[in-house]
Design a protein around this ligand. Structure first.
Ligand code: PGA
Length: 252
């Protein structure tokens, strides 16, 4: 069984003071949990450096919420993977809010994955279907398309840098999580896609569930076959809740 990975996606939230305090709290919980669980946090870009200082030598991975599809140039407002690499351990790519609010296509997501891996970052690649797509019975084919495009051209050796977050769009920020069974079925589907694509040379992939994960459902998702952790939005901003979710990860 893979070590559970509990990751907080803070989105566009926190003041500088709140970010540093929250990071300290997460570091305490992560240190207390030890090797039984891996913990990550993804603060907004400007807080990466101060948060990094706050968690130095603590057992928390630092992640950015996005990176650019190119390394440098005339891209006002963008931040490249090569700029993030000296500061962060990992980066979220393809979050549904980037796809829907910023119009990121599967092809753009694929370019970002490539740049992030080339820069030496670990990638949490987010995939997931909309409500209409699930209702139409297309959830697996949508996730397959997202993954096939994002992973196109990636060699097996690079697959170890990837974690997949299955985040059904209709569950994100709505308070309506998927069922553990839905999460488990999709996680096993993703495992099978990886095995098909990378065969024996590929590393087994860790699959996280995300979408209204909270203290009430964390343990059940973590117990679901194929689910290796959680990508947590809203609940990661509440110190006690996120601590409880880290503890649930450590207990698995
Ligand atoms: P949520 O967000 O936990 O607030 O639903 C999850 C995410 O967007 O990663």
């Amino acid at each position: 069984m893979m070590t559970p990975f509990i990751v907080g996606n803070w989105k566009m939230n926190t003041s500088l003071e709140e970010a540093v305090a929250l990071a300290g709290n997460v570091a305490n919980a992560a240190d207390a949990a030890g090797d039984a669980v891996e913990v990550g946090i993804c603060p907004p870009f400007p807080w990466l450096v101060p948060v990094r200082e706050a968690i130095q030598a603590r057992s928390v991975r630092l992640g950015a919420q996005d990176c650019a599809a190119t390394n440098n140039g005339a891209f006002t407002g963008d931040v490249s993977a090569t700029m993030l690499a000296p500061v962060c351990d990992l980066v979220l790519v393809g979050h549904s809010e980037r796809r829907s609010v910023h119009g990121e296509t599967d092809e753009i997501v694929s370019q970002k994955v490539g740049k992030a891996i080339d820069a030496g970052l670990r990638v949490i690649l987010c995939v997931g279907e909309s409500k209409d797509e699930r209702d139409a019975g297309d959830a697996e084919s949508i996730v397959r398309r997202q993954l096939d495009t994002a992973l196109d051209g990636l060699h097996a050796g690079a697959s170890g840098a990837l974690t997949i977050a299955y985040e059904p769009v209709w569950a994100i920020g709505t308070g309506v999580a998927a069922t553990e069974q839905d999460a488990s079925e999709m996680a096993l589907f993703i495992d099978a896609l990886f095995a098909d694509r990378f065969g024996d040379q590929g590393a087994g992939v860790r699959v996280l569930y995300g979408g209204s994960a909270n203290t009430g459902n964390a343990a059940a998702f973590l117990a679901a076959t194929g689910v290796d952790g959680l990508l947590v939005g809203g609940a990661s901003l509440k110190p006690d809740d996120f601590t409880a979710m880290i503890e649930a990860g450590a207990r698995r």
